[in-house]
Design a protein around this ligand. Structure first.
Ligand code: NAD
Length: 483
């Protein structure tokens, strides 16, 4: 196995109240490298008792953490950020080993993940309240911003580093403490972040990490009244389950859920730019991203030309282990992912689609070959569900109205993209798309400086930007009388 420079970052125990611990049952779960399908490590299979202990530790730590000055919290986050950058190579390698994405993409993710820590260290200093003119002369009214409290952080496997920092950095900056439950597929990246947080001097109990299978940990997080907020990124199915579970104790919620992004190419688009955007948006992380183009809608006048240009790029793509140089697409996360991709492609072909381009495939159970499917139609499974794989289906449309109708014809509303050189169309379509994020002439919309999140069944709340910290702050109106 590839070795980390700093072996201490390969942590195989959970973090509760500043102590690195095994499960009380001593049970473990295996962490599998999706490329070789071999076990690269184990982590504790924790359950209710450990989750409760972690929540209690976070509650204890909250008492002093919320009282630190914003500058003190910012300084600790700045140090955590610096350590992430210093250890970028190790963090990226660990990420590739447990998640599969090509090493270059893993490096990009670590930088992206670190960017949230830096951004929210800066935002910590800008948490202000405001004053309200009083209706009577003898009173004053101020609005204070206060930390929400203990937050449960539940994250997916597709971005094992960045999905954690995008939540934990604003939580800590606001004065909250956290219990993290990383995906059971990618817990090692989370634990390495815990090691670096400890080295940065973030006090014990402020960050707790419980690993294991989700149901028992999740049930305790939902039922425990000490948890004041759940921040979740993952599927809409689990998001709505957490929403129901959070209802009894009326917890705050942030939900970053599934998408079904349309990527629209109009006749007046710059086709080369559109192909570039489609490659980035569709094939990054092997198509396993929530904002990745799921339905590529191409206007009839440029359909064939776009299919040819995109096909030429896809034909040249290389599939293989993410640690090897020159790999475009790593392994898929698990057998279920491959099964879903196969099911979508078989269904599309049975309903009349054609595989018009195919990258260089690799024998191996967990590899999916990047393909372009022409002749895709809205009755196919891949039009209604996230394929979460390197499959680019091209739908043909005639008019702008038709494209908007197809694009919005989904219960999801996370990201959408469109390509046009017309100024008028840019505004018309940009405003007509019912999505939380829209890319015009770009396939890249993820940055710490802009609000990230969806509408409809893609979620609640926003991460990143100035909005991201508000998710972890309560407003208190403070009325001062008798003046
Ligand atoms: P998932 O919903 O299966 O799992 C996400 C997390 O929830 C994991 O940590 C999992 O262990 C946990 N979980 C599962 N059941 C639970 C339960 N009963 N109680 C508590 N926790 C539970 O999603 P996934 O397969 O890991 O990730 C892929 C999904 O995430 C896709 O739908 C993708 O679109 C979405 N996603 C969304 C965003 C976004 O920002 N909107 C970002 C990345 C991924």
């Amino acid at each position: 196995m590839h070795q980390l420079k700093d072996k201490d970052l390969f942590r195989q125990v959970g973090l509760i109240d500043g102590t690195w611990v095994k499960a009380s049952s001593s049970k473990t779960i295996d962490v599998i490298d999706p490329a070789s399908q071999t076990t690269i490590g184990t982590v504790p299979d924790m359950g209710q008792a450990e989750t409760r202990a972690a929540i209690d530790a976070a509650a204890k730590a909250f008492k002093s953490w919320k009282k630190k000055t914003h500058a003190e919290r910012a300084a600790l986050l700045e140090r955590w950020h610096a350590l992430m950058i210093e250890n970028l190579e190790d963090l990226a390698l660990l990420l590739t080993l447990e998640q599969g994405k090509p090493l270059d993409e893993a490096r990009v993710e670590i930088r992206y993940g670190a960017s949230f820590v830096k951004w929210f260290a800066e935002e910590a200093r800008r948490i202000g309240g405001h004053t309200i003119p009083s209706p009577t002369a003898d009173r004053r009214i101020v609005v204070l911003k206060e930390a929400v409290g203990v937050c449960a952080i539940v994250t997916p496997w597709n971005f094992p580093n960045a999905m954690i920092t995008r939540k934990v950095a604003p939580a800590l900056a606001a004065g909250c403490t956290v219990v993290i439950k990383p995906s059971e597929f990618t817990p090692l990246s989370a634990l390495a972040l815990g090691v670096l947080a400890e080295r940065a001097g973030i006090p014990r109990g402020v960050i707790n990490i419980v690993t294991g299978m989700p149901a028992e940990i999740g049930n305790e997080m939902m039922a425990n009244e000490t948890v004041r907020k759940i921040s979740f990124t993952g599927s809409t199915r689990v998001g709505s389950l957490l929403m129901r579970g959070a209802a009894d104790s009326v917890k705050r919620l942030s939900l970053e859920l599934g998408g079904n992004a349309p990527f629209i190419v109009f006749d007046d688009a710059d086709l080369d730019l559109a192909v570039e955007g489609a490659i980035a948006s569709k094939f990054r992380n092997g198509g396993q991203t929530c904002v990745c183009a799921n339905r590529i809608l191409v206007q009839a006048g440029v359909y064939d030309a776009f299919a040819e240009k995109l096909g030429a790029r896809v034909n040249a793509m290389r599939v293989g282990p993410g640690v090897e140089a020159g790999i475009d697409i790593g392994p898929m996360i698990n057998a279920a992912a491959i099964e879903k991709i196969d099911r979508h492609v078989e269904d599309a072909v049975a309903k009349g689609a054609t595989i018009s381009a195919r990258g260089r495939s690799l024998d191996g159970k967990q590899y999916a070959t990047p393909i372009v499917l022409t002749g895709a139609t809205t009755d196919m499974l891949l039009a209604t569900e996230e394929t979460f794989g390197p499959v680019a289906p091209l739908f043909r449309f005639e008019t702008e109205e038709e494209a908007i109708e197809i694009a919005n014809g989904t219960p999801f509303g996370l990201a959408a993209y469109f390509y046009t050189e017309s100024l008028k169309r840019s505004w018309r379509v940009g405003e007509a798309l019912e999505f939380g994020m829209v890319g015009l002439n770009t396939g890249a919309i993820s940055t710490e400086v802009a609000p990230f999140g969806g509408v409809k069944q893609s979620g609640l709340g926003r991460e990143g930007a100035q909005a991201g910290i508000e998710e972890y702050l309560e407003m208190k109106s403070f009325h001062i009388g008798g003046l």
